[in-house]
Design a protein around this ligand. Structure first.
Ligand code: SF4
Length: 221
């Protein structure tokens, strides 16, 4: 069984465009899992923290396949809290389906899950997210992800003051993406210029948030 985030009364599985990262703009099915091991102050998916809806992997696979889309984005919450069920789900989907997992970088993937995932979007949390340091600081997990060539590191940043904590992690700079801290279109537009400056200064990639530009803070799109 998978514990899937509840949006209104339905499990949160929907078809949209990837809004973040290197595949921004790509049509994909989204599967949002319930539960997270962190509690970021500015989390834009707090509805995923509580009890979700339990669904069989078979039903979830059928729902995903109904969209006839060859790309799947698994997000949360923290998807790696449900690795065993996720691995079972992915065995029910075609090998040709491109699978991305969004994770906060605090839990290492199992070998079985790792070998099936095409792209990892890791978003380590900085101090301004308000989590206890011991929960977010998992250098061994990040070091493992850094060995995977298809792993990208997306940081939500507020200001230049965030950079030392990012640099201290020693991640490959060509796979670092900085994203403005924003949960609405207006906040995104206000925060973007400072992040552009940071990207130019530190020679790392800018990650915009296409879904906010397109749909503002609407959920399930
Ligand atoms: S890790 Fe992600 S889902 Fe969990 S609280 Fe932080 S932003 Fe929200």
């Amino acid at each position: 069984m998978l514990n899937i985030a509840r949006l209104k009364s339905a499990p949160e599985i929907f078809y949209s465009l990837q809004g973040e990262g290197t595949r921004s703009g790509t049509p994909a099915v989204f599967l949002r899992l319930a539960g997270c091991n962190l509690a970021c102050k500015w989390c834009d998916t707090k509805h995923s923290w509580g009890n979700g809806i339990l669904c069989s992997t078979k039903d979830v696979a059928a729902h995903i396949l109904d969209y006839q889309c060859d790309s799947l984005v698994i997000t949360g919450g923290e998807p790696l809290l449900q690795q065993a069920a996720l691995t079972r789900l992915l065995r029910l989907l075609p090998d040709s389906m491109h699978v991305e997992i969004e994770t906060n970088g605090t839990i290492a993937p199992t070998p079985a899950l790792e070998q099936r995932v095409n792209q990892w979007n890791i978003s380590p949390k900085l101090p301004h997210a308000g989590n206890p340091h011991e929960k977010t600081h998992q250098p061994g997990v990040l070091a493992h992800f850094a060995t995977l060539p298809h792993a990208w590191f997306k940081f939500v940043v507020q200001s230049e003051a965030d950079w030392p904590a990012i640099a201290a992690l020693g991640l490959p700079p060509q796979r670092i993406i900085l994203m403005p801290c924003a949960t609405t279109r207006a906040a995104l537009e206000a925060a973007r210029p400072a992040v552009v400056d940071m990207c130019l200064r530190h020679r790392v990639r800018l990650g915009d948030r296409l879904h906010l530009t397109l749909w503002d803070d609407k959920k399930g799109v």
